[in-house]
Ligand binder design. Structure first.
Ligand code: IFM
Length: 502
């Protein structure tokens, strides 16, 4: 869903320029021999309910996967997924084998409350309660710090019906915000003594882009810009209210660090470059895209700056600067970083508002590509972290990873990205943890099971997990609390993926 398949003429002359950040010039400072991480840094992996669980029938995504031609190969998590709730012990064993100390996962609204009536009467499904109780108890017994996501793309069916895509769904519905806030309050109250790290909404912008621009997510709309931005605004407001509800409901300090709830969102932050760095229009379009993509919502929930028309100025009819109801509504910033993006002002499908075409897949650069068609670009992690550090809040990398079925690139990818995280820390960023996407192979939304993002693979029939060798690299880094440049150099060079999952 994150991938905008914008077919642009790929100019050979742009290739070197677009990949120039990989070629350090003579004035580049020497790279440190090692970077280190403080004791207590969270070493984790991540998953999300619909991607690894089965039986989430009462959700919009369950209906979406049954819709013709929406999912590659017609894949469905129920049939071929890793069935995570039935394999918690095995999954915790994987985490332990990698020296992990933390795990990010979601608690699914549609599993706990499959019907509107169940929600209205606060009668959660007992099996669901038991399942998540079990996950949290087992994580605690294993010494793992949980991070819980409350909305990772999936909405209960009673609030979102993809078969009626022309009507308002999920975040567009007037009642959604208050119901989500109530859901957040209940979860924080029930499990606040076990959870400190809360992530309200995963990738708020991407939910909207997938559902209303690209049409690859429910409700499957194409270039419906007004609806896209209405969704983003609703999510920003819902997050701010959920932030307050969670803080009011969860006063328990689960991990004994002196703080109770720590609440944020996970933002999909990308690096952006102009398709043609010599073209001023592309440069300006890149600036606009970076602002709307990486900064707009952060400005709302950190500073209360409500830039209603997304133009970067607070001068529009509904623009507001410094709204106290929205400002200071994150305790930390969650960064999902994957790769680079090229921006053109004119070549490809130009999206109004940003007035830019977004090219995310198979970039015309010399960098190695993942099986998802994304560039491997660790330096971009550093740029994004420096940008986020300007908000002066703790940061957690809530996702970072690659599709790599044969595990040829994962160890180097992990080490190089963590090296950039370490360097950002030495430049002053307050980074508290890193969650690799993903613990194990999972359902990659519209791309089905084709992309293999996991440290572990699993047998679809027996569900038996097998840790890929890169898990040893994670263990070595996590247990030593350091990344050594010489260890990175000893790893095999990247191999560009020859197959693609889309
Ligand atoms: O699998 C997704 C995840 O659900 C959200 N962030 C990006 C990942 C890889 O595309």
């Amino acid at each position: 869903m994150h991938r905008f398949r914008v077919v642009a003429p790929l100019l050979a002359t742009l290739v070197a320029a677009a990949s120039c950040k990989s070629d350090p010039g003579p004035s580049t400072p020497a790279k440190p021999a090692r970077v280190t991480f403080a004791k207590g840094f969270l070493w984790g992996t991540a998953t999300a309910g619909f991607q690894v669980e089965s039986g989430l029938a009462a959700t919009d995504w369950a209906a979406w996967v049954k819709t013709k031609d929406k999912i590659k190969n017609g894949d469905s998590p129920d049939a071929a997924g890793p069935d995570a709730l039935a394999h918690v012990d095995e999954d915790i064993a994987l985490m332990k084998a990698m020296g992990n100390t933390a795990y990010r996962f979601s608690i699914e609204w549609g599993r706990l409350y499959p019907t509107r009536d169940a929600f209205a009467t606060d009668t959660p499904d007992p099996a669901a309660i038991q399942a998540y109780d079990g996950v949290l108890a087992k994580l605690k017994a294993a010494g793992m710090v949980p991070m819980v996501t409350l909305h990772h793309f999936v909405t209960p069916s009673w609030l979102s019906d993809p078969s009626k895509g022309s009507e308002p769904q999920a975040w567009e519905r007037p009642e959604m915000t208050d119901l989500f806030v109530e859901y957040a309050r209940r979860i924080a109250k029930r499990w606040g003594d076990k959870v400190d790290w809360w992530c309200t909404i995963n990738e708020p912008l991407n939910v909207a882009l997938g559902g209303y621009v690209q049409g690859s997510f429910p409700p499957g709309q194409l270039l419906a810009l007004d609806r896209t931005f209405a969704v983003v605004k609703a999510e920003a407001r819902a997050h701010a209210k959920a932030f307050e509800a969670i803080h009011a409901a969860d006063k328990a300090d689960a991990d004994g660090d002196g703080k109770a709830a720590m609440v944020s969102m996970a933002f999909h932050q990308r690096e952006f470059h102009p398709l043609d760095p010599e073209d001023e229009a592309d440069v300006a379009a890149t600036r606009r895209t970076r602002y709307v993509w990486n900064q707009w919502i952060l400005n709302v929930v950190v500073r209360g700056d409500w830039d209603d028309d997304y133009d970067g100025n607070y001068t529009g009819p509904a623009d507001r600067k410094g709204d106290p109801a929205l400002a200071a509504h994150v305790d930390w910033v969650g960064v999902n970083y994957y790769s680079d993006t090229l921006i053109s002002a004119s070549r490809g499908v130009v999206i109004p508002v940003i007035r830019a075409a977004v090219i995310q897949d198979n970039l015309p650069t010399t960098r190695p590509k993942t099986e998802f068609g994304w560039d491997i670009y660790p330096e971009g992690m550093g740029t994004v972290l420096d940008e986020v550090a300007t908000y002066k809040l703790p940061i957690l990398i809530t996702e970072n990873g690659l599709a790599d079925a044969k595990d040829t690139n994962r160890a180097r990818f992990l080490a190089e990205h963590l090296y950039e995280v370490g360097r950002a820390i030495t430049r002053g960023a307050d980074i508290r943890g890193y969650f690799h996407w993903a613990l194990l192979d999972n359902f990659e939304w519209a791309s089905g099971f084709c992309p293999k993002f996991g440290f572990a693979s699993y047998d679809p029939a027996t569900k038996k997990r097998t840790l890929r060798p890169s898990g040893n690299t994670y263990r070595q880094i996590a247990t030593s609390g350091a990344v050594e440049l010489r260890n990175i150099e000893a790893l095999p060079p990247y191999t560009s993926a020859t197959s693609r999952c889309h």
